[in-house]
Design a protein around this ligand. Structure first.
Ligand code: HEC
Ligand code: HEC
Length: 262
């Protein structure tokens, strides 16, 4: 647990950019989303033509992080993550050179109008539950060893692209609760270093429900987030930082020429 957190902190400080690239494939190719759109038609039956799941058991994919979608599709295909429906669906994606089809589909869903823009306003009756969820999400529960979710999923719940950490804001509450329970029981065991297993098994049912209710209605635009909000902005910030330090990160053309400031 400690080593995972330490690895994340190192990553957030920008050290293993090369590692993030090779682990998570970096930025989508130009035009990928347009190539992904026709291939994603089959997915719409459950995940919606706008990337909003047709029912609360089908996760929203609209605005989900490119690297995370790609990782999950690869996990379903390899068996690292299993689901009776989705494992079969992931196998229908046709093989392609350098996994281009997977990347195109991931790029397509990542650029749709994000799921949190569809989030319903919180009902007044849910106020106490949402406040509990917000408190755990932002601060964790120190005496129970529950860390702040925001440390990894970001304050606004928008996720972290380079780290393949998913957006949670605007996700279906029922789906979130199911995933937390599956991480806790070990049925879902594909988080790096089993970090989500170690966290989820500490949550009780009331805390799970409160977190899901809070996340369902969370809009990152209303949170005082810090740092870049999307992967492209993150990549530009990292390149600019390296350029100003006088060294170019591997595989980042333009950084040395200083053309990447905007
Ligand atoms: C018949 C319904 C169905 C279809 C069609 C379908 N999915 Fe899914 N998908 C699911 C279900 C159910 C889950 C949740 C699995 C779980 O609970 O672990 C899921 C989960 C996912 C996830 C993980 C999301 C997350 O937040 O972790 C991704 C990514 C995904 N699907 C992509 C696709 C793509 C791409 C296609 C089209 C090639 C597709 N799905 C077609 C039902 C479907
Ligand atoms: C140390 C970093 C870290 C912390 C802290 C953390 N998470 Fe996660 N979480 C992750 C990663 C990484 C994944 C992606 C797992 C994978 O690769 O499939 C994830 C996945 C999830 C998912 C699955 C989302 C989906 O679309 O299927 C949920 C739900 C979730 N986390 C909720 C939480 C909650 C609630 C908390 C706080 C109690 C929390 N996480 C704290 C790193 C973290």
């Amino acid at each position: 647990m400690k080593s995972v957190l330490a690895a994340l902190i190192i990553a957030v400080l920008g050290v293993p950019l090369a590692q993030a690239k090779s682990d998570y494939h970096g930025l989508p190719a130009p035009g990928a989303a347009a190539l992904g759109a026709p291939q994603a038609a089959v997915c719409a039956a459950c995940h919606g033509s706008n990337g909003i799941g047709a029912s609360s058991v089908y996760p929203n994919l609209a605005g989900q992080k490119f690297n995370y979608i790609l990782k999950e599709l690869e996990d379903f295909r390899s068996g690292a993550r299993t689901n009776s429906i989705m494992s079969a669906m992931a196998m229908t994606i046709l093989p392609s050179k350098h996994h281009a089809n997977l990347k195109d589909i991931a790029a397509y869903f990542a650029q749709l109008k994000p799921m949190w823009t569809y989030a319903p306003a919180a009902a007044a009756a849910d106020h106490a539950q949402i406040e509990l969820g917000k408190s755990i999400y932002q601060h964790g529960v120190a005496r129970e060893g529950i860390p702040s979710c925001a440390a990894c999923h970001e304050l606004g719940g928008e996720g972290n692209g380079p780290m393949a950490i998913p957006a949670l804001a605007g996700q279906h509450a029922a789906y979130l609760v199911t995933q937390l329970k599956q991480f806790a029981s070990g049925k879902r065991h594909n988080s790096p270093g089993h970090v989500m297993h170690m966290i989820a098994r500490k949550l009780n049912a009331k805390q799970e429900a409160a977190l899901a209710a809070y996340l369902r209605q969370l809009d990152p635009a209303t949170s005082l987030g810090i740092g870049p909000k999307d992967f492209a902005a993150y990549a530009r910030a990292v390149i600019a930082r390296h350029a100003s330090a006088g060294k170019s990160p591997q595989g980042a053309p333009g950084a040395r020429a200083g053309k990447s400031a905007h």
